[in-house]
Design a protein around this ligand. Structure first.
Ligand SMILES: Nc1ncnc2c1ncn2[C@@H]1O[C@H](COP(=O)(O)OP(=O)(O)OP(=O)(O)O)[C@@H](O)[C@H]1O
Length: 215
């Protein structure tokens, strides 16, 4: 049986793949309630792939994850926004899906009150990003996974976002983030994924045969 999400997230010996090829192998870490962990590593190392796997959007090649995807709220680049619904309708939709609370607090926390009746497809990139982050608040899920959450956000919105994360951590939530900026969170740690880069397939395998055709 899966562990209680309140006891945090443990990942052991995880291997993940993209496009049919192993990207990361042997990834192990723990994320305690109240803690933020920032994934680091060069472009293409597998930060997004790791987040997608933990969120249950794709299967792992190997390894153990201590909590089910239902404990995790994932915010990706595309944010899951319904373009033809208004900001408020988007949040009401997600609140209904997750059986959670009123949307007024998330609207105010992400500074979206004056945009509540605007169709989502008329928002700027940064405003869309704020709506995607407000969605996290209505999920009521304890573990947030965020892929470059501050892209397109202006300085004030980054500060707003950092406050929302700090509140979430203060309430016993946790956050796993791929971000290149320093959010100034007191309790955050870094996890460099570079040492977990999967070994290249053996020469003579499919890619080896492909090289021979090209040469
Ligand atoms: N749809 C796809 N099909 C095949 N390969 C993919 C696909 N998306 C990503 N990849 C490859 O998978 C590997 C891991 O990509 P991923 O997006 O997880 O890296 P990342 O660390 O998040 O990168 P970045 O810092 O650039 O966002 C890369 O080599 C990438 O080229």
């Amino acid at each position: 049986m899966a562990a209680d999400p309140a006891s945090g997230l443990r990942v052991e010996n995880l291997a993940v793949a993209r496009g049919g090829l192993a990207v990361l192998e042997g990834v192990s870490f723990a994320l305690a309630p109240g803690e933020a962990l920032v994934l680091r590593g060069p472009n293409g190392i597998g930060k997004t792939t790791l987040l997608r796997t933990l969120a249950g959007l794709q299967p792992a090649l190997a390894g153990e994850v201590s909590v089910p995807p239902e404990s995790i709220a994932y915010a990706a680049h595309s944010d899951g926004i319904k373009a033809t619904l208004s900001v408020a309708e988007n949040l009401r939709f997600w609140a209904a899906v997750h059986g959670t609370r009123d949307i007024s607090e998330p609207l105010s926390q992400m500074n979206l009150e004056t945009l509540a009746e605007r169709p989502a497809n008329s928002l700027s990139a940064g405003q869309k990003r704020r709506l995607g982050l407000a969605r996290l608040l209505v999920t009521g899920r304890p573990i947030w996974m965020l892929d470059e959450p501050t892209v397109s956000l202006d300085t004030d919105s980054v500060a707003l976002f950092a406050r929302v994360i700090a509140d979430h951590l203060g309430q016993g939530g946790s956050a796993l983030m791929a971000t290149h900026i320093d959010l100034g969170l007191v309790s955050s740690r870094d996890l460099d994924l570079t040492p977990y880069k999967a070994r290249a397939p053996e020469a003579g395998g499919i890619s080896g045969a492909f090289d021979e055709v090209l040469s």
